[in-house]
Design a protein around this ligand. Structure first.
Ligand SMILES: Nc1ncnc2c1ncn2[C@@H]1O[C@H](COP(=O)(O)OP(=O)(O)OP(=O)(O)O)[C@@H](O)[C@H]1O
Length: 232
């Protein structure tokens, strides 16, 4: 399998706070990786560093061999649009939705590239197939939806661009067990060939038998790895 993402000695943080410490991680095409760790140990910060949204960072992040990391001096977010264009898509923790937009408008926000915008109707249609409850809600305001429906919108928005690497931050957070299983089943149904996915999740049982590797994160460092996971 080809290496899609290669992170070497990544250190990152906010202001004087160092959150990630010399993180190394290799992700190959076709892999689903679970990233587990308690609150505040750096999972979200790792996703933000990959998408250049932390305050500062040092070290190397290569996507398909091309450097997208390096020392930041431009300020958080300045290089994020370029990274999205290179094929990284993220579903942030806690939805980050716009309550006053409809489901359709919200999904269109994710059609960030010219190609995605041109193809937005077809892409929306695909998302309705992945998340059938959204079909009847296309004209509804996102702020009026249930937690599970909002999570589907958030994941759907991530899927509006063509990506090679999906970063999904705690998709089950705050959802009732039945709803979170339905949301996770949709996540597992996403085609992975030629792509990869990293899912930050505190509920390890939801990753059961579904990911190729589980990596622990503790105090900003990678801690151990379990391959070909089949938890019960
Ligand atoms: N914007 C920020 N400014 C300053 N410190 C931050 C910021 N975001 C996160 N932190 C701090 O960075 C550390 C790691 O947080 P992070 O959100 O990456 O952890 P996490 O493992 O994703 O946990 P959670 O599930 O709570 O998001 C915490 O100490 C947190 O307080």
């Amino acid at each position: 399998m080809a290496e899609l993402l290669e992170i070497r000695r990544l250190t990152a943080g906010y202001g004087p706070l160092r959150v990630l410490h010399e993180v190394d991680l290799t992700v190959r095409a076709g892999e689903r990786i679970g990233l587990v760790g308690l609150n505040g140990h750096g999972k979200t910060t790792l996703f933000r560093a990959i998408t250049h949204m932390v305050g500062w960072q040092q070290g190397s992040i290569r996507l398909e061999g091309q450097e997208i990391g390096g020392t930041r001096s431009l300020g958080a977010g300045r290089r994020t649009s370029g990274i999205v264009r290179r094929g990284v898509a993220m579903a942030p923790q806690g939805d980050a939705i716009f309550p006053g937009l409809t489901v359709r408008q919200h999904l269109d926000c994710g059609a960030y590239t010219k190609l995605a915008w041109r193809e937005r109707r077809r892409r929306r249609e695909r998302i309705m197939e992945i998340f059938p409850p959204l079909r009847a809600l296309q004209s509804s305001l996102v702020g009026k939806l249930s937690g599970g429906e909002r999570r589907m919108v958030s994941l759907g928005r991530m899927l509006m661009v063509e990506a090679e690497l999906y970063l999904i931050d705690e998709p089950s957070l705050g959802l009732a067990p039945k709803i979170s299983r339905a949301v996770m089943d949709a996540v597992w149904s996403l085609p992975i060939e030629g792509r990869a996915m990293i899912i930050a999740e505190q509920n390890v049982s939801l990753l059961s038998g579904r990911v190729d590797r589980i990596i622990g994160m503790h105090a900003g460092r990678m801690r151990g790895e379990v391959g070909h996971v089949a938890l019960s």
